[in-house]
Design a binder for this molecule. Sequence first.
Ligand code: IPE
Ligand code: MG
Length: 232
Amino acid sequence: MDGNGRWAASRNLPRLEGHRRGAERIFDVIDECITLGIPTLTIFAFSVENWKRPVEEVSGLFKLGEFVLRANLARILKRKVKLKIIGNLEEMPDFVKEPLKDALIKSKDNDVLTLVVALNYGARQEVALATRKIAEEVAAGKLKPDQINWAELEKHLETAGLPDPDLIIRTSGEARLSNFLLLQAAYAEIVITETYWPDFTKEEFQKSLAVFAKRERRFGMTGAQVQPAKTL
Ligand code: IPE
Ligand code: MG
């Protein structure tokens, strides 16, 4: 959800106003996913690297996150959205952690949309942690080194049980992954839009989906293999 700061700066507003306006867009995208039957949506809310921002911005983001969650929990539950957090929740301040844990419990049986919030998340940290868990299993004699393959590693990632992303949308024109789901993104289609996140309305989301729909996904195969009818 990138571009909140630049959106605000271009209007001579404080950065936090950009974050506030950006938060509203999350619900546009959630609602459109539900309408279209998209089963999983992951939003990158706060990266492990975002702690390097000025302390006022970090605390402003956490306060906003807590407010947005409290104000919208009923809406989330009504839509049968299941919340999942990836990232280190334990390191978050209690005023954020507690309502999130409450929301996780209250939404656990919902099945219309899985909303994955990447919070205090970093893909490199996730892989390091998965590696550590595997090493512990090997040390304990529960796993043999030759049993370690992608399927085994995947089980130890925080996204275990979730599908790999098909589409990653980068707002605000940035063309990088910024430590987001690096391994899971192996075959994701990346759509870059110049739109700043606070302007990323339902219509903008539909435009990104339309770009995605035109991509030919080959997963290492040839075009003829994935689209045999076209070659006749
Ligand atoms: C939001 O946008 C991303 C968060 C970490 C919440 P930015 O704050 O990165 O906006 P820009 O990049 O300064 O425009
Ligand atoms: Mg940014």
